[in-house]
Design a binder for this molecule. Structure first.
Ligand code: ZN
Length: 254
């Protein structure tokens, strides 16, 4: 799946999990600010597994710094669509974001700040803004505008930090689902890549689902970037905009 489409599906999943589903079940959705800002953050989290790809959104978002980060992540995880596209990666990204949330630092003027969470939010907002083409003016403008937004949110609504690891988990899971439904598939159980037994391979169509490489796929949208992928993302965009408007009370529901 393409970067922008991963971002949109991450944002749509966040709105579904924190607003539509609780609302439908008669429970309280998250506060409006958490749904709206969380959608932007989860869109960025939905790009994280592709940090293993040196020309994907994350690598291109911050010059040599993010390119170097991407090159290192790619090398350590075995290359694109290897270790960072597995269940282990979901756990790793979630634990890492929770650990970052415990890092506080004393900053001149501001005093004690949640440095780890703030930096993670900054990165995720910058990644999603890049993928969704939300800013103009190059790399410096992208990071400055993202930093301004994060500072405003943390000053006015610091409770936003409570859901950050959950947002990361939702984003990474949605990314894996997005790649799972393409023909390339994902190595879900990496580093274990079980090969399909002969009896499974003999079932018509199964070689596209449980591949000889050990990757698995449910290729309902075909190749990455297919017309079906664009149709799916158009539908998700409509749902996302409707969900955000309904959450913000623009539609006068409830
Ligand atoms: Zn991917």
């Amino acid at each position: 799946m393409m970067g922008g489409h991963h971002a949109i599906s991450g944002a749509a999943a966040w709105v579904a999990v924190t607003s539509t589903v609780p609302f439908t079940l008669g429970a309280h959705p998250l506060p409006v600010a958490s749904v709206v800002f969380g959608a932007l953050v989860t869109a960025g989290a939905a790009l994280l597994p592709d940090v293993d790809h040196r020309s994907a959104t994350i690598a291109r978002s911050g010059g040599v710094f993010t390119w170097g980060l991407s090159a290192a992540a790619s090398t350590v995880s075995g290359g694109h669509r290897h270790g960072l596209h597995s269940i282990l990666a979901v756990a790793g990204f979630t634990v890492l974001s929770a650990a970052l949330g415990r890092w506080d630092a004393v900053v001149p003027v501001l005093g004690l700040v949640h440095a780890g969470s703030a930096l993670l939010l900054l990165a995720l907002v910058a990644f999603s803004s890049k993928a969704l083409d939300l800013t103009r003016g190059g790399t410096a403008m992208l990071w400055l505008s993202s930093a301004a937004l994060v500072v405003i949110v943390l000053v006015r609504a610091p409770e936003q930090l409570e859901w950050l690891p959950i947002s990361v988990m939702v984003g990474v899971v949605v990314h894996l689902v997005g790649d799972l439904i393409t023909t390339a598939g994902v190595p879900l159980l990496w580093p274990w890549l079980p090969k399909p037994p002969r009896v499974v391979r003999s079932i018509p169509g199964m070689r596209h689902v449980w591949k000889a490489s050990g990757y698995v796929a449910l290729p309902v949208i075909g190749n990455a970037g297919s017309a079906r992928e664009w149709v799916l993302c158009a539908a998700l965009t409509v749902y996302l905009l409707y969900g955000l408007a309904a959450t913000a009370g623009v539609l006068g529901l409830g």
